[in-house]
Design a protein around this ligand. Sequence first.
Ligand code: KIV
Ligand code: ZN
Length: 541
Amino acid sequence: MPVPVPSGPFVPAGTVRVFDTTLRDGEQAPGAGLTAAEKLEVARQLVRLNVDVIEAGFPAASPGDWEAVNRIAKEVRGVAVAALARCRDGDPQKAIEAIRVAERPHLHVFIATSDIHLKHKLKITRDQALAEAVRWVRFGREQLGRDAEIEFSAEDASRTDPAFLLAIYEAVVAAGATTVNIPDTVGYAIPAEFGALVGRVVDLVGRDATISIHCHNDLGLATANTLAAVQAGARQVEVTINGLGERAGNASLEEVVMALRTRPTQFPELLSRVQTEHITTASRLVSHLTGFAIQPNKAVVGANAFAHESGIHQDGVIKNPLTYEIMTPQSVGLSGSQLTIGKLSGRKGLQKKLHDLGHDVSGDALDIVYREAIALADVKKEVTDADLLALLQQRSGDVPASIVMEGWSVTSSHGGRSTGSVRLTFDGDERAGESTGNGPVNALYRAVDEAIRPVLGWEPTLVEYEIKAVTEGEDAQGRVFLRCRRSTDTGPDAIIVTGHGLSTNIIEASLEAYVVAANKLWTAEQDEASLPALGSTERLP
Ligand code: KIV
Ligand code: ZN
């Protein structure tokens, strides 16, 4: 039966479609698992950024990931929602079920095409791979109808025999694919070589489908390869915030988008629709939620990206910023301004400031941030943009709170052990704990364990603990990030959750993070679907 294939153009002339895969490939970075609520929070920020497609996850990987994709598909508007599926019975059905409700569903099916993957991983022939690709593209088209986007990816395309690669792309386009993606799955390609390959695919099927690319960063060339592909005719770029992703990561959204914007003569008449002023907020949110720090010298979003140290550079920038800045800090959402907030500062001023930072906050949420900002202004000389963003991020992810900290105290001295005690409630019932430890944080964590172990039957075990100052200065807020598992959960598939705490008192921040993690573990125990990727052991390319 002939398959009705929509006719182009699929991407408006003059634009490059930005397909953000932070929530799928980015989340596959080891240890970057996000809860459904956290994924939704990132999705909302991606909507503010104005990306074209959000790849929300891989629904067949776990019930939790299905749930997260479905929630995003239901909630977000004005953007396409994509779900990934292998060309294997069960996967596309689950993906379609999750995204059918989206305003613009985008099904993304893939199968490996390189001989090394076919022989050693899938153990099938090229003909079988081609037949499966055609079968599941056709299935997607039939299920989702003529207006949906059906994307096909040839995994490990850059190491695939080009003749076979072209044959499979031709076949899937005939079967109803409207986007064909050329992944450099293992980051093996070199820009000129990759551009030439993309050019051949453009010549073959570029009139009937959007040509997309998806580059990994194993040789540090993901952005370069992505840009070479755009110059060769690709019109969809698959990218992640901060370049998060498997192994060395994916091409980073901020680098690709700012390159298009900063070098118009190299990409004539081509722009993305991304609102670049929201880049910094998105970058910090993703870093905060995943716990993946941004290296200071990271292009566009690193702390030093707009810092000038040497006298010659400083002198030049003072005379004219264009001497050493190829883009303005404002263009990526760095105002550089300090907000002075005190007891007399008003809600309106704070609301406007948050708006400028990319967050529209009102009602109860504004009241909470306002109270916290005023309290912070009491203990800190200056409340900066970074402080405000940290306050907002601390509130994100709506973690259910059965365990609520009511009070704590600790004594600690040089050379001696520390003693800590806590008072908390568990679902409203008061509980207390006391313990010693090799430092104040350790003593308090053990005291929390004493208080909750009788109810839970386990305590959180720390897998990772990190503390950082949000801003410079002695009165800076400390941000604690940690990962924990249940003490009884010792296997390789243990659920690992993250916890965050924020305070000018680093012991308070440490306790807050521990309690958040304990609450997440307790939620996961009752309902694993609530924590999508965290329990999943399935890994994708
Ligand atoms: O890297 C890769 O090949 C992928 C595909 C699933 C697009 O992530
Ligand atoms: Zn990938």
